[in-house]
Write a protein that binds this ligand. Structure first.
Ligand code: HEC
Ligand code: HEC
Ligand code: HEC
Length: 201
């Protein structure tokens, strides 16, 4: 039977102390490495330059209000594309992104060329995934910056206020209307009209 020994054994105490210190240092090192990896992969230059096909959405984004606006606020790729609420969601998104990276590398090795044509061919499918995720999480990343109660406050233009008030009643989320905001209006490929703010499912 297990019996708790209250005897003081200096050797055991030493071993436990040394192990605790080693585990503590290893834990800090893993955490630091994880944080550095998240910071690095969340940087605008990583997103824009690591895979050269990302130069296409990057170029489009540079034309958008999220890149340059009169307030000088720069919204970056991960602000919209990486979850920010909980570290577990960030970790999960990073693990999924490893899958993109392996597709990219193995695609190269098996001779699939990541040309502009290939990107355009895959674009609608990629966009659908982003729409589905934003629909599912109620456009959470948009709401990190834009508050619906601010969009419906009396200092908004009447039209803008009215539309957003109504969207609360109809349970529509940002991405239902604001497709093609930062990138080429890819929703037109799915048969939608050429203007943004259109809901196509
Ligand atoms: C990190 C903060 C941030 C995030 C995240 C963000 N925005 Fe913005 N958004 C801004 C800023 C800043 C502006 C520029 C304001 C201006 O110049 O009028 C802006 C402008 C806009 C505009 C008006 C300009 C335009 O391009 O038509 C819309 C619409 C908009 N955002 C919707 C969204 C939606 C939808 C999302 C989520 C997919 C989103 N935003 C994510 C900060 C953010
Ligand atoms: C039912 C459709 C709909 C939904 C849902 C919706 N919007 Fe809009 N939004 C619009 C329309 C239409 C405009 C006006 C566009 C214009 O005037 O050019 C607009 C304008 C805006 C603007 C620009 C305001 C300005 O003064 O220029 C921002 C920012 C914005 N929406 C963000 C959001 C965010 C964030 C969400 C989610 C919380 C959201 N919208 C949900 C349709 C919608
Ligand atoms: C303001 C939010 C926002 C920012 C900033 C943003 N994106 Fe997107 N991105 C979206 C949305 C929303 C979609 C879904 C398609 C659509 O509606 O345009 C999307 C779609 C995509 C797609 C799928 C292909 C396509 O055109 O739909 C890629 C790839 C992509 N983004 C990469 C990037 C990269 C790289 C950056 C930074 C250089 C970036 N995005 C910045 C919101 C954003």
């Amino acid at each position: 039977m297990f019996r708790l020994s209250l005897e003081f054994d200096p050797f055991k105490v030493k071993v436990i102390t040394v192990l605790s210190v080693i585990f503590f240092i290893a834990g800090v090192a893993v955490l630091a490495a994880y944080n550095s990896a998240v910071d690095y992969t969340n940087s605008l230059s990583f997103c824009a330059n690591t895979c050269h096909e990302m130069s296409i959405p990057y170029g489009e984004y540079q034309q958008s209000k999220h890149y340059h606006n009169s307030f000088g606020v720069r919204v970056t790729c991960p602000d919209c594309h990486v979850p920010h609420d909980k570290w577990t969601n960030t970790l999960f998104a990073k693990i999924l992104a490893l899958h993109d990276l392996s597709d990219h590398l193995f695609g190269h090795m098996s001779g699939v060329v990541d040309t502009k044509e290939q990107f355009e061919k895959d674009r609608l499918e990629m966009a659908k995934k982003v729409w589905a995720r934003m629909k599912e999480d109620d456009s959470r990343e948009c709401r990190n910056c834009h508050a619906i109660d601010a969009l419906t406050s009396s200092d908004q233009k009447q039209g803008v206020r009215g539309i957003h008030l109504e969207s609360i009643a109809t349970h529509e989320t940002c991405i239902d209307c604001h497709k093609g905001l930062t990138h080429k209006p890819v929703h037109t490929l799915a048969g939608g009209p050429a203007t943004a703010f259109i809901d196509i499912q």
